[in-house]
Design a protein around this ligand. Structure first.
Ligand SMILES: NC(=O)c1ccc[n+]([C@@H]2O[C@H](COP(=O)([O-])OP(=O)(O)OC[C@H]3O[C@@H](n4cnc5c(N)ncnc54)[C@H](OP(=O)(O)O)[C@@H]3O)[C@@H](O)[C@H]2O)c1
Length: 166
């Protein structure tokens, strides 16, 4: 099963502030929807609460230490990243997407096979960060540029990294 991280991060690695996203990039949201639809998406409890509901056409797998945390039927609560991965392996999935936030990315970058990074041309203030992408461990295999316009507050590059080594 391929484990893919998907993230939108700024030049200074900021990904969020006050449990919110910090930019309006509708082309990026469309990419996110296209790539993740039909799949299981793994996320931390805070990211789930920031969105506020399960995203349509996807199975949400939410990681929390809270044994009483509940989700609408069809979605799953697990209590570690390892459990999230094991549940998805048990369902014989070809691929799973890890969609954040900072705490989960920090753990998941150690086990992911691929990083799908929207590299945003901005350096905003924030309180949630993506971990360092070590070029000794990760190689860029494709990159596509998107120019800013009335629906996209900043220019960005959609960059795919493959793991070279653990
Ligand atoms: N730009 C992007 O692409 C992107 C994507 C996603 C999120 N974000 C941003 O990231 C920020 C949220 O990130 P965050 O780091 O604060 O929160 P998070 O990673 O979404 O969730 C953290 C929570 O996950 C649970 N958790 C984490 N590790 C665990 C483990 N090993 N075992 C069991 N539970 C575990 C805990 O939940 P409990 O407290 O319930 O135990 C913890 O409080 C927001 O600003 C959001 O907007 C940005």
């Amino acid at each position: 099963m391929k484990i893919s991280i998907i993230v939108a991060k700024a030049k200074n690695d900021v990904i969020g502030k006050d449990n919110q996203l910090i930019w309006k990039l509708s082309s990026d949201l469309k990419l996110f929807k296209k790539i993740t639809s039909g799949h299981h998406i793994i996320m931390g409890r805070k990211t789930y609460e920031s969105v506020g509901r399960p995203l349509p056409n996807r199975v949400s797998v939410v990681i929390s230490r809270n044994k009483n945390f509940e989700l609408p039927s069809g979605h799953l609560v697990v209590h570690s990243l390892e459990e999230a991965i094991q549940v998805c392996i048990g369902r014989h999935l070809d691929q799973v997407f890890i969609i954040g936030g900072a705490e989960i990315y920090k753990q998941a970058i150690k086990i992911a096979d691929e990083l799908l990074v929207t590299q945003v041309e901005a350096s905003p203030e924030g309180d949630a960060f993506f971990p360092y992408i070590d070029p000794k461990k990760w190689q860029i295999i494709s990159s596509e540029h998107f120019e800013k316009d009335q629906n996209n507050q900043h220019s960005f590059d959609f960059v795919i990294y493959k793991r070279i080594t653990k």
